[in-house]
Design a protein around this ligand. Sequence first.
Ligand code: ADQ
Length: 458
Amino acid sequence: MTRIVAISNRTAGEAASRAGGLAVAVWEALKASGGSWIGWSGDTVEEQPRGATTFNDEGVEFVLTDLTQEEFNGYYITYANRNIWPIFHYRVDLAHFDSEAFDAYAGVNQRIARLARPRIKDGDVVWVHDYHFLLLGDCLRREGWRGPIGFFLHIPFPAPEIFRALPEHAQIARAMCEYDVIGFQTERDTSNFIRYLTEDHGAAELGEGRVKVLNRTLTIKTYPIGIDAEDFAELAVSEKAQDAATRIGRFLGGRSFAIGVDRIDYSKGLPERFEAVGKLFDAHPDVRGALSVTQIAPPSRSKVEEYQELRLQLDQLAGRINGDYGDLDWIPLRYLARSFDRAELAGLFRIAQVGLVTPLRDGMNLVAKEFVMAQDEADPGVLILSEFAGSAERLRGAIVVNPHNAAAVAEAMHYALTMPLDQRVERWRELRETIVAEDIDWWRGNFLNDLTRAPEAA
Ligand code: ADQ
């Protein structure tokens, strides 16, 4: 079996952090094939570290390096999270262009490549993840590695007109062409990237995902990420899940329940979602007092200013809606700014009548898939899904909405709450079938299959 060297900003070095879909997928792949997982330790230090912390777990070697405070500010905070993240999520207005930060970003990519190079052996494949490491393939080539390197982008790839707003777009794209396989979440992302390469770098499509560009031939394809579907369905009936459901049941007191679960991020459309909830209570007096909405949104990247502002905005909006509509024994919209155990989330999803997944942009959105897998076939809840979430490309059984249109989202919620059982079951079955067929093993297998065949294809 081909050994894998995985590189991502955060790894699953601690067993506790292996709970999420991606961490589990990469971990399973590494355990099966053997290999290394290289990334940031999560700590910052004064002076650039010479080495890295390494340890072995079940035959997988973890190689973690600290970042200097300067690297953290330039590479992580400014370039990755205040340039690439907003632009790739179509928010050019939120980008903080900064060429020094790009230098720090390129510097960390090169330093990680240098750290990785001695760990890569002939016959290995290298699998790089996400927007922190767009340049890493090129950096590894500079370190002399000629073997297969794959890259998977977890977030959207924007339309070329938006990507070009990034001053370093040409440099980034040229570096990306050093990868052998580039994977995107949706057909829309893949075609955006290919259109950009065609218009700006003279790329030609050869068929079956093969693209000739800048004197190289690479595979550029769509690999929609999935979840460990069966596992999540089991989690939803676990004791811990049932306990969580019982506890929230006490609070609901027989009312209907709608749930949203997101990291706090402007891409997730939370203020727009809160507005829609307000509109629902405005337009439909029948649901006043009869529905409670709970939004779970733990803070993320709290050092980024935009996130602090968003938190304030959400506190105000929730306060206003509860002030306007709430009653002595009813809180219309609950907002819990903390993280929950996966089993607890699964239990909450299971008893919800409505799942609200309404990002303004999202690479895939795994919460949509988790919500579906947690449902009870005998009485499934309804998924309301933004047309701008990558998952909407494949999840036909959802009610697909434009998250900017608060009135339409409110109507979709009302429609979901009043939908007859047979229609709910039909929609749910269709959703479940896709999610089970396109699960995390399917995703990983497809990607690694193309990556291990990359040398033949070339
Ligand atoms: P995220 O932006 O983090 O991921 P998402 O795909 O929804 O978005 O994954 C979040 C994960 O964290 C889910 O498994 C969810 O259950 C969990 N989670 C969220 N809030 C939580 C909470 N309060 N407590 C505990 N767990 C919570 C990025 C991209 C996505 C892409 C994924 C995977 O932005 O578009 O789908 O990577 O590729």
